[in-house]
Ligand binder design. Structure first.
Ligand SMILES: Cc1cc2nc3c(=O)[nH]c(=O)nc-3n(C[C@H](O)[C@H](O)[C@H](O)COP(=O)(O)O)c2cc1C
Length: 429
């Protein structure tokens, strides 16, 4: 069996595509809540909400394309959205992305612990170090710390959060009305953390949820990022979608996790996928043809998206040439390496980012896509997929109503939740 998560790119859902649903206002939380319920009906493990704390202006040194195409703008606060989606659901996991580069650790640990406790243990944290210089300027910083140092800071940050989450021993909450004792003060401890970057006294002022600590997700792709992910994460996300590359990534994360003294089975590697479920083979052919012929404004939008996460103004380069080899990033390094690999032109990088390359699998009928997913998992060795796509009724409907029932009939994904916490969903198989 394998796990399913949904990757929620937080902007105007479906904007710029035929899937945009005008029946929901773009600022209406019911869209997010209704779609979360639908994914819960399909027994998804979790929904992960991505984030970027700025309106980018990298591409063409302007905010124009980002605002016109609704790329990273508007972007609702993921912790707030997580609360709204959690309130509408009872089993599915909810994982907001929050950054170690800008938020004070006590604030973040408390926010995530609050969500986790109030959902009965269904919350995670997608740990990012951020890749946007523009975002750093929004938090009073002169710029982002250097790429590898961001991971050193994040390492200390996560160790500190774990100490805060553990500052209440199990059984600290007594809640005994007869004796009048709510919490046993001998079981709540200061953390007295003093590191190279942070010092926090503690204890946290929120007790833990039934799953102990919140689940941690991470998507480091550089050598330093992979080591960090293998050390801390319960879920590791990878953008690569070519099966041998997913397998190599997963094998390495498992090897690094073992080196860190962890059981590799505890770490789930999830590959991003965007399945297009079609009525029949004729429609699948049409979808494949349309993919190869992306309209110019969508190409520009995807190139601008790459500019936003790498900090490179790609508007100054020829669309049909590869990015010059000497151009590199202090932002998402591993993602850039993947996008430009094999000498891809900037246009091809955009198609890759949109998962619309001719070799992209997963365009077909539900049965065909289910076959492909099973074959990928067979080759990779397991864990699951992070399905990416606008959260619209049409797109979610095709996954939930067409694809998932086929996967369930074949016993490849769960048909009901065995447990109630996100950690229990991940540990189920
Ligand atoms: C599926 C996926 C989701 C991601 N979500 C976010 C996000 O929401 N916010 C963010 O700043 N970075 C996000 N990233 C970027 C990663 O945090 C990380 O910066 C990137 O994978 C590059 O890592 P590296 O610098 O170690 O190569 C995501 C990456 C992937 C693959």
């Amino acid at each position: 069996m394998f796990h399913l998560g949904w990757f929620l790119y937080e902007a105007v859902q479906g904007w710029g595509s035929a899937e945009f649903d005008p029946n929901y206002g773009w600022a209406d939380p019911h869209l997010h809540q209704d779609m979360a319920k639908r994914l819960e009906e399909a027994c998804f493990d979790f929904i992960l909400l991505e984030d970027l704390s700025a309106i980018p202006d990298t591409y063409g040194a302007s905010r124009e394309v980002y605002l016109r195409e609704a790329i990273h703008a508007p972007k609702f606060d993921p912790a707030v959205m997580a609360g709204l989606m959690a309130a509408a659901t009872s089993r599915i996991g909810i994982i907001p992305t929050l950054t170690t580069s800008f938020y004070p650790p006590f604030l973040l640990a408390r926010q995530v612990q609050t969500l986790d406790l109030l959902t009965g243990g269904r919350v995670g944290w997608n740990v990012v170090t951020s890749s946007s210089e523009r975002a750093a300027l929004n938090f009073g910083m002169a710029g982002l710390p250097e790429h590898d140092e961001r991971y050193d800071i994040a390492d200390e940050y996560v160790r500190l959060c774990k100490r805060l989450w553990d500052s209440w021993e199990p059984g600290a909450v007594v809640a005994d009305t007869a004796s009048g004792v709510f919490a046993d003060h001998t079981k709540v401890h200061e953390v007295d953390f003093s590191g190279a970057y942070y010092s926090v006294k503690g204890p946290l002022n929120v007790p833990p949820s039934p799953q102990g600590r919140p689940v941690l997700a991470q998507a480091g792709a550089s050598p330093k990022g992979r080591r960090f992910a293998a050390r801390h994460a319960d879920i590791v996300l990878t953008p690569v979608n070519y099966p041998p590359a997913i397998k190599a990534f997963r094998d390495e994360i498992r090897r690094l996790a073992a080196e860190e003294g962890r059981d590799p089975e505890e770490v789930k590697v999830m590959a991003v996928a965007f399945p297009h479920i079609c009525r029949d083979e004729a429609e699948a052919r049409e979808v494949r043809a349309a993919m190869a012929d992306m309209p110019a404004n969508r190409v520009e939008a995807w190139v601008a998206q790459i500019s936003a996460i790498t900090g490179i103004d790609l508007a100054v380069y020829d669309l049909d040439e590869p990015l010059p080899a000497e151009v590199n990033t202090n932002g998402s390094r591993g993602t850039l390496d993947w996008l430009r690999s094999g000498g891809a032109t900037i246009r091809e990088m955009a198609l890759r980012m949109a998962r619309q390359t001719p070799d992209t699998p997963m365009v077909g009928t539900a049965a065909q896509v289910a076959d492909e997913m099973a074959a990928v998992m067979e080759e990779v060795g397991g864990d699951g997929f992070l399905i990416a796509g606008p959260l619209t009724p049409a797109i979610v409907g095709r996954i939930v109503d067409d694809l998932v029932p086929v996967l369930q009939q074949r016993g490849q994904v769960r048909s009901r939740y065995a447990g109630t916490t996100l950690r229990s969903h991940l540990g189920e198989f």
